[in-house]
Design a protein around this ligand. Structure first.
Ligand SMILES: Nc1nc2c(ncn2[C@@H]2O[C@H](COP(=O)(O)OP(=O)(O)OP(=O)(O)O)[C@@H](O)[C@H]2O)c(=O)[nH]1
Ligand SMILES: [Mg+2]
Length: 420
């Protein structure tokens, strides 16, 4: 399997538990690109002179310049081993596809952002302010650099006008370092070999600042990669711990419920067995087996008396066991086993049946070890099939899957860190 598939799988495992980190993972992928060139990109509103500035910086008319919204897709050019990316201008009024390209360049690919703002526009608008702030905040965190470029300064009447614009922007973005440039002056200076005009264009100063910024890129990249990996590792470790705690808690709940049920059931079966033994341990013949004749219809016979006695004892046993089933939420049959007759849908009926019980039946059911074991087994089976227990089992299954997904993500992150 090639390295990209391995990386994709690792990323997929992490995103599945940390969906909000999808962008950071894409950024890490960009950072991990083997021998990747340093990337400088422009960002700013359309028509502020971004493409033309790049042309001046690389000394060739590579990017299209126009007096309208021109750049609509990302285009790149390699010059002096740096990749220069021209991005579409940001404009809230225009289809968001262009902004998407710009966003991709700014946030995903670039090492250095040149934030371009045309001096003639005066102060920054709300959107520029927000973007600049976001870039500066990002720089604080990741050490990715943004240079603020006040462009087209030749369009201002004089130095005083320029000061005014700079003061307004300074008020909007305190402590902002800016570089004022004029691409027009630079081109005139180059074409006419006019050194003073060249200097005054601000482009040489911008180039020097860029060279310094580029020199800082390797360290910045290393910092950013370590930061993103570290943040995700911490987040995943916390998530793993939380999810395993949840799972352990549910399993403990499951085990405790079962233990309590087992204990209660064993106690009630023991008690019922003892009570029943006392009822059955009577001297003399078993009259319950003597059928009544027609003539006995309205008489109290020894057979009837004995059958009544047994019936009462059996009912008492059922009531005691039923109380335990109720306490543990296991009275009703699981839905798949339910019938049309509500009175038959109880666990009691399913386990003990509806036939009349005679001494030998009661003895076998409640007093002999094999009978009691069978009752315990059957009641326990229905307890496990009860709605609450089943719901708990489902929750445990889900919690287990969640914990496994978090473990997998953590392992995937380790693979990413190891360069996989
Ligand atoms: N006077 C003057 N005009 C400039 C300068 N820089 C750019 N322009 C002009 O401003 C217009 C827009 O320039 P572009 O470089 O195409 O602007 P852009 O920011 O790339 O625009 P989009 O690609 O549409 O976002 C063009 O007509 C340029 O010639 C400058 O320094 N001075
Ligand atoms: Mg452009």
């Amino acid at each position: 399997m090639d390295i990209h598939d391995t990386r994709s799988r690792s990323e997929g495992a992490i995103v599945s538990v940390l969906p909000q980190r999808a962008h950071d993972l894409a950024r890490l992928r960009a950072l991990a690109g083997q021998g990747r060139r340093q990337v400088v990109t422009v960002v700013g509103k359309y028509n502020h002179g971004k493409s033309r500035l790049l042309n001046e910086l690389i000394g060739a008319d590579t990017f299209t310049v126009a007096d309208r919204r021109e750049t609509v897709a990302l285009s790149g050019h390699v010059h002096e081993d740096v990749r220069w990316l021209d991005a579409p201008g940001l404009d809230a009024d225009v289809a968001s596809g262009d902004d998407e390209h710009a966003h991709r360049a700014v946030w995903l690919e670039s090492d250095i952002r040149l934030f371009v703002h045309a001096a003639k526009e005066g102060e920054l608008d709300a959107r520029e302010c927000a973007l600049l702030q976001a870039l500066r905040d990002d720089g604080e965190r990741t050490r990715r650099q943004t240079l603020f470029v006040l462009s087209q300064v030749d369009q201002l009447a004089d130095e005083a006008a320029q000061r005014k614009v700079e003061a307004a922007i300074e008020a909007q973005a305190p402590d902002l370092a800016w570089l004022a440039v004029s691409s027009t002056r630079h081109r005139q200076g180059v074409d006419g070999a006019k050194k003073l005009l060249l200097e005054k264009s601000g482009i040489p100063a911008l180039k020097a600042a860029l060279a310094q910024a580029l020199a800082r890129v390797p360290a910045a990249r290393a910092h950013e990669a370590a930061l993103l990996l570290g943040e995700m590792r911490e987040q995943l470790q916390r998530l793993c711990a939380e999810r395993h705690d949840v799972l352990a808690g549910l399993r403990q709940q499951q085990a405790q419920q079962r233990t309590r049920f087992d204990q209660d059931l064993a106690a009630v079966l023991g008690q019922v067995g003892g009570d029943m033994q006392a009822v059955l341990d009577v001297p003399g013949p078993d009259h319950s087996l003597t059928p009544d004749s027609f003539a006995d219809q309205f008489k109290m016979t020894p057979g009837k008396l004995e059958r009544n006695r047994l019936q009462v004892a059996y009912s008492k046993a059922c009531i005691k066991i039923g109380a335990i089933l109720t306490k543990h939420g296991a009275m009703d049959l699981p839905p798949a086993q339910q019938t049309q007759v509500k009175s038959l849908d109880s666990v009691m009926v399913a386990v003990l049946g509806v036939s009349v019980k005679y001494r030998k039946d009661l003895q076998r059911l409640f007093c002999e070890a094999a009978g009691r074991d069978a009752l315990a087994r059957d009641f326990t089976r229905y307890f496990e099939l009860s709605a609450d227990r089943q719901a708990l089992a489902v929750r445990i299954g889900q919690a287990q899957a969640d914990a496994q997904a978090a473990d997998k993500a953590l392992a995937a992150l380790a693979a990413l860190e190891a360069g996989g």
